[in-house]
Design a protein around this ligand. Sequence first.
Ligand code: AMP
Length: 417
Amino acid sequence: MSFDLLGLRAELLSAVAAQGYTTPTPIQSKTIPVILEGRDVLAGAQTGTGKTAAFTLPMLQLLSRSPQETRGRLPRALVLTPTRELAAQVHESVRTYGVNMRLKSTVVFGGVGINPQIEHLRRGVDILVATPGRLLDHAGQGTVNLSRVEILVLDEADRMLDMGFIHDIKRILKLLPMKRQNLLFSATYSDEVKRLADGLLHNPEAIEVARRNTAAETISQVVHPVGHGRKRELLSHLIKKGDWRQVLVFTRTKHGANRLSTQLESDGINATAIHGNKSQAARTRALADFKSGVVRILVATDIAARGLDIDSLPHVVNYDLPNVPEDYVHRIGRTGRAGANGMALSLVSSEEKDLLRDIQRVLGRNIPVEEIPGFKHEAAQAPGSANREPERRPERHLDRPRRTNSFSRQPSRRRNG
Ligand code: AMP
């Protein structure tokens, strides 16, 4: 399959070629022709599948068909994303793929000054990329007019719902014309996503591409059991021993991300944290430093990491297991992209056994367990925590790391009863 067969115009094909893409990804070859026909689309695709180009390319083409006098005024395409990072990246894609077209675009998100955004909107746009909260701020102030929107894209709709944006989305929908084309992209189909899709889409074409990396052929996954209090020590040990150069580490909380990056720094490992409390400028800088290798370790929360365009990371570490099993799949999807081999490691304390069990259920298989000598649970019991349920494990030889699935055989205790 070649891009030439998708019905895209020459300006877009040359922009795609300039990116070095030779073949459309599956989501692109399935979605682009349908969007070009003007139909609504319900697309199941994760980050990394090429979904951004899948909606951006045909969107640009549809917008370029309109008469000159309607252009560059009020937004005719609106792309909603859950996070600022994703908004910035989608906007970057709009600019990249639209480089040969005379369409204007801008992006609005919170955490940065509103005035420059107002100025951009005032000068006129064709494509507006936005996070829901800031878009509503603009709507409230009358600095955006959505009455001319022809195409609506909800990118990572599942995330938007997870993040509690449903009411914002509903408010935004009321500001749009009834007649429009709707494109909904989501990595997962919860009942909530289905409800949203049912209310939004008219006779949609449902397009699903294989979930990336669920089979995880290119990712080796391992669980390292460790006492909660010794995770940092183990992580430093693994980074130094393996001489890892680029590691994305996930923590559950912003506070945990900050604390860990400071601790790693004090261990002599260049690290930085990225999360929602940081300014946009700080986040952009952290990402750039990480990509260029100035910073070895990027510590992130799930929400902050969402939409980060970092390809083929050699190592992803789950410092804390995510509460939502699907997040595990998203996290490890950061490694092993584009056929490169990647390693996803999880540092799992005995308190996280139930979370691990739930993740393994979603994966449909058990993750091999490998104890790192000197870091097993017993050794990790902090003084005074002796009344915690001890984990009894047989001694193992240092030269014979054993891979077991002993975690999954523990009698399970349901969390929250
Ligand atoms: P996305 O799923 O939109 O986040 O895209 C993931 C990555 O794939 C981005 O870095 C894109 O630049 C890249 N990409 C998108 N389409 C193609 C393609 N047809 N061939 C190669 N790379 C692509």
